[in-house]
Write a protein that binds this ligand. Structure first.
Ligand SMILES: Nc1ncnc2c1ncn2[C@@H]1O[C@H](COP(=O)(O)OP(=O)(O)OP(=O)(O)O)[C@@H](O)[C@H]1O
Length: 433
């Protein structure tokens, strides 16, 4: 269900990546289990430490001043060695008392060479096997890949798979979240900036294009890239050259592009919202990512995989009883694999002695009404009116927040305890833009 606010504990373990919560005094309030495992530190050692060595001018301070979320490549937090770089996403959060915090996820931009230890794509169905072999073909082709699929189907995972299976596997896989890079951030994040290029540019910084040299640049949600920024991307892709903001020297970077979107880009081109030349440049190797409801044969292996993962995290064993399994199999999964993972996470938390019964299984309200209705018709037609009204309920709730915060997305997202990126998608799906 929608939450107006959060408790720190409830939020911590909803992130698979290392996740940190920082307060307005720029001190670490909490880190999650993934943090402990990734950096080999006890969470109690982190709490109370300053976020950064120079917290006078860090990104965290800036967020508390501007309430603007951020995404980009930055150094670590707390005791994480400063020389390590991460793909970082930060956003404002409000707790149940209305106190403002900052939440930040850190994803390593480069995995250790040698055996790949990243997330695994699970599946055995015919649809999944076809999909995986298409990805393998794409990986070796070196052509730009466009991954098309609903939210939560595993596009980011597929992009990383393409990179790991390609001749560029030993170089970096760099993620660009196009929903967060608005007009003002796009150029400096993608191409970097020189010292003094703008207020706050205290030191020169490499852009994501430069960091991905020799590797793969993953442009996630490319359909959300502002039209005004599209020519700049096209130019860099065609020439392989770019300038840092405030710089005069032309730089070169050899990157392989993989993109993903849940939007119909061809329709966007027709409507004049996406450049046709960029569309053709990026869509050389299009790949459809299958929806979970079209590969339900994979549910048992995916369920085992996630329960084992959760068990490892919690130091216990979880198992489903048969009624719970039937309930999961009958559902349409409009939010795909992400929704399955979240559903199991809640179910495991509610389980008694590790046994997940039918009563522990709860489904979220759908984000995408048409997908939900389609999924429900395929599975349990009698639930359709209920799902419709839930979507309406969600739209009503968001509308009330739009009025309350006069359309300020940062504050609405913070009150809903979701990222601005997720809010942006909800607004689009519910036609509230
Ligand atoms: N085949 C799979 N096996 C195991 N886990 C998977 C698989 N596909 C996706 N996941 C997991 O599901 C979650 C959602 O995947 P991912 O973020 O790649 O989806 P996405 O399509 O990029 O979503 P969005 O469009 O919302 O960005 C992640 O936790 C991912 O690890």
């Amino acid at each position: 269900m929608l939450q107006n606010a959060f408790t720190l504990e409830s939020l911590l373990e909803t992130h698979d990546l290392p996740f940190v919560i920082i307060n307005a005094d720029l001190r670490i309030v909490a880190v999650n289990r993934a943090w402990e495992l990734s950096f080999g530190v006890d969470r109690q050692q982190q709490v109370g430490r300053p976020c950064c060595a120079d917290s006078g001018r860090c990104r965290h301070r800036q967020l508390f001043q501007s309430l603007e979320g951020y995404a980009g490549v930055h150094g670590g937090v707390g005791t994480v060695p400063p020389e390590l770089s991460f793909n970082v996403r930060g956003f404002p959060l409000l707790d149940a008392d209305g106190t403002l915090y900052l939440g930040e996820t850190l994803a390593p931009i480069s995995k250790p060479t040698g055996a790949y230890s990243g997330p695994t794509m699970i599946g055995q169905s015919a649809a999944f096997t076809r999909f995986k072999s298409t990805l393998l073909q794409a990986a070796v082709s070196q052509a730009p890949v466009m991954l098309l699929g609903e939210t939560g189907t595993g596009k980011e995972l597929a992009a990383e798979f393409v990179h790991r299976q390609s001749p560029r596997a030993d170089a970096d896989f760099v993620i660009v979240d196009c929903t967060i890079l608005g007009e003002d951030l796009f150029e400096s994040e993608l191409f970097g900036h020189e010292k003094g290029a703008f207020t706050g540019a205290a030191v020169a910084k490499k852009g994501l294009f430069e960091l991905a040299n020799g590797g793969t640049l993953f442009l996630d949600e490319i359909g959300d890239l502002p039209l005004s920024q599209q020519p700049k991307l096209l130019r860099a892709l065609e020439s392989g050259q770019f300038r840092r903001v405030g710089g005069t020297t032309m730089l070169k970077s050899d990157v392989r592009i993989v993109c993903a979107t849940h939007r119909n880009l061809a329709d966007m081109v027709k409507a004049g919202r996406f450049r046709e030349d960029l569309f053709y440049r990026l869509s050389v190797f299009p790949v459809d990512v299958p929806r979970l409801r079209d590969r339900k044969q994979d549910l048992p292996v995916l369920i085992d995989f996630f329960l084992e993962q959760l068990g490892g995290r919690d130091g216990r064993t979880y198992r489903l009883n048969q009624q719970a399994l039937i309930k999961l199999l009958q559902y349409g999964w409009p939010g795909n694999i992400r929704e399955l993972r979240n559903c199991l996470q809640l179910a495991a938390g509610l389980s008694q002695n590790g046994v997940v019964s039918e009563a522990c299984v709860h489904f979220m309200q759908p984000l995408n009404q048409s997908a939900a209705v389609e999924a429900t018709v395929a599975a349990t037609p009698e639930r359709k009116p209920c799902l419709n009204s839930l979507a309406e309920l969600e739209a009503d709730f968001i509308n009330s927040l739009i009025v309350k915060y006069q359309g300020n997305r940062k504050l609405i997202a913070a009150e809903m305890n979701i990222s601005e990126r997720t809010l942006y998608r909800k607004l689009n799906r519910l036609n509230l833009n």
